[in-house]
Every structure is written in C-alpha cells, then in structure tokens.
Design a binder for this molecule. Structure first.
Ligand SMILES: [Zn+2]
Length: 314
C-alpha cells in the first residue's frame, strides 16, 4: 500500500480501511474481534519500535492469547484467519502470497516462517506519530470493544500508557470523546505543520507554538465524515489574532478564496486595525475541496449586517 498515492491524507486512509474491515459475525451477531485484536497487537509493536514484520509462530501465540481473553464468547482462537485475511486490506502484508486454502497447514509448515505486518508506510506512521496510533486505537476500541475491559486489553497489547491515561477519567463517553479529540487535534496540527509553519490567514511564518489547527467549519457542527476530512476541514491559524477573528466571525474567506472583513469591525477600532491587514489576502487553504467548509462559516459564523446598510469598513 503506497499511502502517499492516496488522494486523502495517510491517517484518513488508515481510518477508512479500519472502518471498512470485513469482519465475520460472531455467534451473538456482533462482529468478531480477530482482526481488530491483531491490529491492536501490531500497533503496540510499532509504538514500541519493534520490527515491522512478525513471524507466524510469534504472532500465532500472541494473537491466540488475545482472542481467548478478549474475543467474543464462543470464538475459536484461530489467529491464522486475521493473519491471512488482513492481507486483503490495504493495511497489512505477508512475506509470501497465501495459497487459496489450507492456510493453517501452509503457515505451520513454512520454513523460513511466513512473516506478516503493517505495510511499511503505515508502520512508519505509527512509529513516528503516537497521535496517529492513538487515533486508530480509539477507532478500534469504539467499533469493537464497547463492553471489553479496555485497560486490560490495552495492557495486553503493550499500550498500557493509553490505559493509564484512560483510567484518569471517569465517565467513559466523555473521556473517549476527549481522547479522540486530543488525538485528532495533535494529528491535525502535525499534518498541517508538515505543509509549513505558516498561518493560513495572515501568511506569517511563526514558531509552531503560535499556530493551532483551526476548523474551517466549526467542529461541533461537522458530521463524522467531515471531521475525518482532515486535509480539508482545517487550516493552520495563528493565535496572534487570526484564529480568534475567524472563529468569532469577524473575518471570512469568500468564495474565491480571499479574506473579507465583517462590517461589524467598524464598531471595534482596535479589532479593525488588527484585521484590516488581512483584507483581500488570498488564502491557500481555500480549494475546491474546502470551499464548502468556508461557505458554511460565511453563512453561519460570519458577522454580516443588513444588505441595505452601507458597508462602512471599505
Ligand atoms: Zn495569522
């Protein structure tokens, strides 16, 4: 899987693949946990900086143990299924292509052992970005392990620090949302800063501490799908004024990508002074893919005044 070739961001591609995992139903009708457990185990390895490809005998033992402990009631400890099935996703690769059937025989008799693990770009992403790993862990926990002992599970895959952070909170819903939110902020900021530590609105190049990932469309108004549209739903804005001016609707980005000032600024000379240097600036974050987020902001957040009133700030 060449993550770089994707039209979406790497983390978005990973989350999409995780969400789309083709998982068999368990006896109780819920989804089996074989693949999610294998992924969690492999994320733990990546986060600890261990080797990307694991040999079948090692994975077999570890994942069988996880299935016994954290699988659905009645699930057989059959690590060969996820080991081979994940090969059909864009997340995972095997050292040799699997035969059509008799996977267990093939795996148990191969010499040297068959190895499997995350694709190179994905392993590298988890190794260098803890935020990316946490985001995927959170997605897996949310989708598959609602009624599981999360702390025990995370401890078992070597992600005990995540478990410890989780225990500090009470009320799992709030706390899950917080963890997801924190991971997302960190991820967004990192992705955006990779494109250059520059404010999207005023264009100033600044130390990273003065830049935040600002949602172009207010985050709480985004649908889940939009929240995950990491490449387009956010921009880097400076905390020296641009982030607040945009968030509170004193500036907008017009359909065409230029900064426009709110007529309301005329009542706030100091704010106006601050904002006036932004007027007419071309915003690089504006594109065919992000324009609808800017349009949402212009309609719902931007401070306008009645059409027949003269625009005194021009
Ligand atoms: Zn700025």
């Amino acid at each position: 899987m060449e993550l770089e070739e994707d039209p979406v961001s790497p983390i978005e591609a990973v989350l999409a693949s995780v969400i789309k995992l083709n998982v068999q139903p368990s006896r109780d009708g819920s989804r089996k946990r074989h693949q999610p457990l294998t992924l969690l185990w492999a994320i733990g390895r990546a986060v600890r900086g261990e080797e990307r490809m694991a040999e079948w005998p090692e994975l077999k033992k570890a994942v069988a143990g996880l299935i016994r402990k954290f699988g659905k009631a009645g699930d057989a400890a059959t690590p060969q299924y996820p080991f081979v099935a994940l090969h059909n996703t864009r997340l995972w690769e095997l050292s040799e292509p699997p035969p059509r059937d008799h996977h267990l025989t093939w795996l148990n008799s191969a010499d040297p052992p068959i190895r499997g693990g995350f694709t190179r770009p994905l392993h590298d992403l988890f190794t260098r970005s803890r935020a990316a790993a946490d985001l995927v862990v959170d997605q897996l926990l949310h989708d598959y392990f609602d009624d599981a002992d999360e702390a025990a599970l995370l401890g078992a895959v070597g992600l005990a620090d995540v478990a410890a952070a989780r225990r500090d909170f009470t009320g799992s819903l709030t706390y899950n949302a917080m963890v997801a939110r924190r991971g997302e902020q960190a991820m967004l900021r990192r992705l955006l800063i990779n494109g250059g530590a520059r404010c999207a609105l005023c264009g100033a190049e600044l130390p990273e501490t003065f830049l935040v990932a600002a949602h172009i469309k207010r985050r709480t108004d985004c649908e889940e799908r939009e929240r995950r549209d990491l490449d387009n739903v956010a921009m880097l804005a400076c905390t020296l004024g641009c982030d607040s001016l945009y968030e509170h609707g004193y500036i907008k980005v017009s359909d065409g990508g230029l900064v426009e000032l709110s007529p309301e600024l005329v009542g706030h000379p100091r704010l106006h002074e601050h904002a006036s240097r932004l007027a007419g600036r071309a915003v690089a974050a504006w594109s065919d893919s992000s324009r609808h987020y800017f349009a949402w902001h212009a309609t719902n957040v931007f401070r306008t005044q009645a059409r027949d009133e003269p625009r005194q700030d021009r």
